[in-house]
Unconditional design. Structure first.
Length: 155
């Protein structure tokens, strides 16, 4: 596939790049229906939330460096990719404000997020800090939300 024809929209090129992350680098493509089973498995997991590159060009950059970052993280992380449409639905669940975001979880529990693009050393330092944290609640807008029926949970 070539990317220099006028009919190639940035979102289509991002979709192709995300497919390469899945097919060549072992990341898992996730949406609202598969995310709980993926994140609740034992160990650490990372979710990559890109956005339409016309709106957030940094999505290209993070997608490009993600496979190498995963190799250099201080501990192994299962990695999943959340396409932009599903990401918009799941964003509030993890409390991040800026795109793209890398959300870190341990057995379904929130550890933290890295928002936007960073230089290599900053990515690794932040990942190291986040992976060493205990599980906590994701940040919210400050309004407690209670469900009458418990939703999907690992516990």
């Amino acid at each position: 596939m070539t990317f220099d024809t006028p009919s190639d929209l940035p979102i289509d090129r991002l979709t192709a790049l995300l497919a390469r992350l899945v097919n060549q680098h072992g990341l898992v493509s996730l949406d609202e229906t598969g995310i709980d089973a993926f994140t609740c498995a034992p160990g650490a997991s990372l979710l990559f939330f890109p956005e339409d590159p016309e709106r957030v060009p940094e999505s290209w950059d993070v997608a490009a460096v993600l496979p190498d970052l995963l190799k250099d993280f201080p501990q192994p992380c299962r990695a999943g990719v959340i396409p932009p449409g599903s990401g918009r639905v799941l964003r509030n669940r993890y409390g991040f404000k800026l795109w793209p975001a890398l959300v870190f979880l341990r057995e379904g529990g929130y550890l933290g997020a890295i928002e936007g693009m960073r230089d290599w050393a900053s990515f690794l330092a932040e990942a190291r800090q986040i992976l060493a944290r205990p599980v906590s609640r994701p940040p919210t807008v400050g309004i407690e939300v209670r469900a009458e029926v418990e939703g999907p949970s690992c516990h």
